[in-house]
Design a protein around this ligand. Sequence first.
Ligand SMILES: C[S@@+](CC[C@H](N)C(=O)[O-])C[C@H]1O[C@@H](n2cnc3c(N)ncnc32)[C@H](O)[C@@H]1O
Length: 151
Amino acid sequence: MAAPMGISTYADLSFTTRQDAAEFLVERAMPYISELANPCLMDLGCGTGAVAMAAMRARSDLRTIALDISSANVRSAREKAAAAGLGNRMTAVCEDYMRWKGEKVDLIISDGVLHLVSSTDAALAARLSSDLRRGGILLATMPIVSLGNTL
Ligand SMILES: C[S@@+](CC[C@H](N)C(=O)[O-])C[C@H]1O[C@@H](n2cnc3c(N)ncnc32)[C@H](O)[C@@H]1O
């Protein structure tokens, strides 16, 4: 699942997140935290932060950590949140996820990222587990080999 250790080319790239995909994931994730007050969500490998933004729009009491290894992506996520008046509820972090140290969260959404994280599967799974509060949820997507992914 995780990328072989030592590969991290994404730090120098930028990525534009699809709004429709972000909203789709957030819509499916929200019921899992509907009982929690003031939940905290991590948009892991946030790209331009569309998941974090959609989640904050869906819940006015929700805080987000938008984390990405690319400084261009993190800057973009931070600027978009500020422009939307949501900056006070987003902590934008430029860090390799495996090096990040922060608070535990209620929900991690990670769209098309985990296979890029340079780690062993066991270490990545342990990190994800330890970054979730008790009862926390991971919603992750992974790409598949298909015609659409190879054109
Ligand atoms: C395919 S893009 C997906 C971005 C976003 N989640 C989306 O769906 O639009 C993969 C993202 O993962 C980030 N990334 C790759 N390795 C990472 C790592 N070790 N820690 C944090 N982010 C990472 C990249 O910079 C990139 O923004």
